[in-house]
Design a protein around this ligand. Structure first.
Ligand code: SF4
Length: 482
């Protein structure tokens, strides 16, 4: 269950040979990516080389109704974005696409990820007289690209140059008056894929394959880490000067939790990873029990895997209230401690008198897990053995994932037996980092040293330099003081 870990964003882009109601397609793609960001949504449409953009705070379905989509008009290229802010404030200005006018025309940009050198780049730009209108990394990227455009012959050449300067996580979909461009940073932290709609010849880019399927597109391939893919007049070109397989560092938490289970990332379905994670937990954290249940939704696949490997019966023991979303009115601090009761309810006959194995995707602060264990025990569960399909969080993420600061991460303060006691479980085990790597290597059919994943929030092995001073708080302060 979503504890305190959130993804930053989802991106989507489409080129259609014929002009049409393209915003509708982007809308449906964004709805399929809604889980990646629930704070803001936006769409930019390119008609006859003129780009029109509309964006606002809210879910995709809250921001766009039929009338608002129609106002975007027809076009033959469009990009869209859903946002959860980990850098910058949650304001309408920080919503995307970011539309800028520069000396060579317009540029609309969408971004998933965080730069590790954003603060330094912003300061350098500010010292040179640049004035920023937002607090997000994306404006830094758009400045860098448009400045490079002054000295390069094309927008893709400007992007290529910008990639020498940008460091960190960035999956981008951008649109100039004539081109749709997809970019994945050389580490490939965040997923980005390409598809086509056979009937129309449309070419699409999306954070996840599930968004391609949602609009009737067929998956064609993943964008390679470091690759720039340019669509111009229906022709696709690839620029690979920044591709370096040594750097590949896909965020393993995409497979553990972020991505939809039906999305395939770099050749592996997230659902397959989660089932294998559950099997690994069953082998390495075996326990005498009667049933296995998962915390909906993200613990369910791993629970199935655990049940299959252990031979224990899989049961539906918890039900999630689907109607508590982003717009749910947060109760008072005291009531918030009891939030789990509003989000989850227990299927009492399934757990009463049983020794239950409970599978969840992660433990951040431990308070949510403690409430779920309490819920099961109150419903009459004899024992609750918690198994977590990720390793313990020990470090912050600088790449666009909102993992709490070390002081709030329970695994930084307590040993596993102490966490077990804190959450009130009868036993507790986590997936090992090596097991997570091995699972992905096996599913990718590569050797362990070729798997190319980021596991930094678990083992501190950061694939890039770490920002000297993480400036997330700078903007939080700005938000309070304005
Ligand atoms: S630090 Fe963790 S959450 Fe961040 S990119 Fe790496 S694996 Fe993903």
């Amino acid at each position: 269950m979503k504890g305190n870990v959130n993804e930053e964003c989802g991106v989507f882009g489409i080129y259609e040979p014929e002009e049409g109601q393209i915003a509708q397609i982007v809308y449906h793609g964004l709805v399929a990516l809604q889980h990646r960001g629930e704070e803001a949504a936006g769409i930019a449409v390119n008609k006859g080389r003129v780009i029109t953009c509309d964006k606002d705070l809210g879910l995709v379905s809250e921001v766009f109704d039929q009338e608002r989509l129609s106002r975007l008009g027809t076009g033959n290229m469009a990009i869209g974005h859903v946002r959860y802010s980990t850098s910058g404030c949650s304001t309408k200005e920080n919503a995307q696409p970011m539309l800028v006018k520069h000396i060579k025309g317009q540029l609309a940009l969408t971004h998933n990820g965080n730069l590790v050198n954003s603060s330094q780049l912003r300061r350098e730009l500010e010292e040179q007289g640049c004035i920023f209108h937002t607090t997000s990394d994306t404006e830094v990227i758009s400045y860098i690209i448009t400045r490079q455009r002054l000295v390069t012959p094309s927008i893709e050449a400007a992007v290529e140059k910008a990639m020498d300067i940008l460091d960190g996580a960035y999956s981008l979909v951008l649109m100039s008056p004539a081109k749709l461009i997809a970019v994945r940073d050389p580490h490939g932290f965040k997923p980005l894929c390409m598809g086509r709609i056979p009937a129309t010849g449309a070419i699409l880019f999306a954070s996840e394959t599930a968004a391609l399927a949602a609009v009737g597109a067929e998956f064609e391939r993943d964008i390679r880490p470091g690759e720039i893919v340019v669509v111009e007049a229906g022709q696709v070109r690839s620029i690979t000067s920044h591709c370096d397989t040594e750097k590949r560092s896909l965020c393993i938490f995409e497979h553990i939790y972020f991505a939809r289970p039906d999305s395939k990332i770099d050749g592996v379905f997230a659902n397959d990873f989660r089932i294998e994670a559950g099997k690994s937990l069953a082998r390495n954290g075996a326990v005498d029990a009667d049933i296995v249940i998962g915390v909906p939704d993200s613990g369910l696949s791993a629970a199935l895997g655990f049940a299959e490997e252990s031979g224990l019966r899989y049961e539906i023991g918890l039900i999630k209230n689907k109607y508590i979303g982003r717009s749910f009115i947060a109760p008072s601090q005291e009531e918030r401690a009891d939030m789990v009761h509003m989000k989850l309810s227990c299927v009492v006959p399934a757990v009463r008198g049983k020794r239950v194995v409970l599978i969840d995707d992660s433990i951040v602060r431990g308070t949510t897990s403690a409430q779920i264990v309490r819920l099961l025990k109150d419903a009459g569960a004899k024992e609750v053995h918690m198994r977590i399909s990720s390793p313990p969080f020990m470090n912050p993420c600088y790449y666009g994932t909102d993992i709490d600061s070390r002081e709030h991460l329970i695994a930084c303060r307590m040993t596993i037996p102490e966490i077990c006691k804190f959450i009130g479980a009868d036993s507790l085990a986590f997936l090992q980092v090596d097991a997570a790597r091995d699972i992905l290597a096996r599913l990718m059919q590569v050797s362990g040293d070729q798997v190319g994943v980021c596991t930094a929030c678990f083992d501190g092995d950061y694939p890039t330099r770490v920002p000297e001073h993480y400036e997330k708080n700078r903007f939080e302060t700005m938000e309070v003081s304005t």
